[in-house]
Design a protein. Sequence first.
Length: 193
Amino acid sequence: MSELETLIQLLARLPGLGPRSARRAALHLIKRRESLLEPLAAAMAKAAAAIRPCPLCGNLDTAAPCAVCRDPERDGRMICVVEDLADLWAIERSGAFRGRYHVLGGTLSALDGVGPEDLTIDRLIARAEPGQELILALNATVEGQTTAHYLADRLAGSGVRLSRLAQGVPIGGELDYLDDGTLRAALNARRAL
Ligand SMILES: [Zn+2]
């Protein structure tokens, strides 16, 4: 296979890119050899050599433990538990949380054969301390909720406090457009004014 074919095939494996857009991306890269292709290749080689998952929380960084785990300004009494790194980044972007994180690496799923040993659950149980709060920021899916229940079972009686994200009406959301499940969750989680 030619170098160009290899490049196109690898690009086509990226999320959101099919064979057609991979061809277009490859052409774009080759036309901009000095300004794009070579710097990109160098950045990818550097990233591949330097970036590692944090042994404590699963975040990606060039240092171990990661910058979040090392930051003394962060509140160590709160650990936000997320399914994957994209969720951690989303919460960081919001700027709303100044505690630490734990990336599970997925959710429990009998259907897909994902058990507790496939996730970083044991590591989470080992690092959680009495008095700490674990905020389960898991997706509102069957698998997310199964995982939350499993964690609650494993941590029962440990002195670790568990909470989860509220479910309900999104900011700027119109009631008429909400699905029944969201509306029901919002009603159940109503608060006094
Ligand atoms: Zn970390």
